[in-house]
Ligand binder design. Structure first.
Ligand code: HEC
Ligand code: HEC
Length: 174
């Protein structure tokens, strides 16, 4: 932890903290990780991290950006999927679910791309298509009965769900 703080100070003075304001120490955490991979940003993630299955061949720095993205599209911070600072562990179900979700996205995308006459040239289903800043995607019921819940304004049926407004960011992501 003490070491983390030193890294954060360094990273901060280098102007590396470009994360959205969040209650959890996600900004610090990311600054620390960026410091730890300094000089290795462009190496394949599997050479820099310990338990890479999905991000093989992807630059290490891009993996960290992907992690931030996951948090934003789902409306969570790192610890929803990770035991903090033990990133390689697979204990939390959400981490493995995420790998399966990525595989699902690939499957759906390849199906979409076989369809003719869709309006988009390259249709896809990024996580945001379903999640829209929340862990639980819209259900038929939530859309039909309570249209406002789809945009996360009010009336979300799960009291524990965090709203996009609570952590910002999503609406600025495409
Ligand atoms: C929605 C789930 C999810 C969230 C949120 C998430 N991660 Fe991850 N993280 C994963 C998955 C899945 C992997 C494994 C990727 C793979 O297999 O290639 C991973 C891998 C990692 C790794 C590589 C670990 C190793 O040694 O193999 C690091 C570091 C990491 N995440 C950091 C973070 C940080 C920091 C945050 C918060 C900014 C974060 N993650 C948010 C799902 C998540
Ligand atoms: C086609 C729609 C769809 C897409 C695209 C999609 N998901 Fe999901 N996701 C779901 C559904 C449905 C559930 C299950 C919700 C439930 O059980 O109530 C779910 C559940 C999850 C969960 C578990 C929720 C929890 O409480 O931890 C995680 C994590 C998750 N998705 C991550 C992702 C990530 C990351 C992506 C992009 C790589 C993604 N999903 C893309 C539909 C989708």
């Amino acid at each position: 932890m003490r070491r983390a703080l030193i890294c954060v100070t360094l990273a901060g003075s280098l102007g590396m903290s470009n994360q959205a304001d969040r209650p959890f120490d996600q900004t610090k955490t990311l600054a620390q990780l960026r410091q730890q991979i300094a000089g290795k940003e462009q190496l394949p993630a599997e050479e820099v991290f310990r338990n890479i299955q999905d991000y093989k061949g992807v630059p290490a720095a891009s993996l960290l950006r992907g992690m931030e993205f996951y948090g934003r599209v789902l409306g969570v911070t790192c610890t929803h999927c990770h035991v903090a600072d033990q990133w390689e562990r697979d204990d939390k179900p959400a981490k493995q679910i995420t790998r399966e979700m990525s595989a699902m996205v690939d499957t759906i995308t390849s199906t979409l791309r076989k369809m003719r006459n869709l309006p988009s040239e390259r249709p896809g289903v990024p996580c945001a298509t379903c999640h829209r800043g929340q862990l639980k995607p819209a259900t038929a019921e939530s859309v039909v009965d309570r249209p406002e819940s789809v945009v996360g304004r009010s009336g979300l049926q799960t009291g524990t769900r965090r709203r996009p407004e609570d952590h910002g960011g999503l609406r600025t992501a495409s």
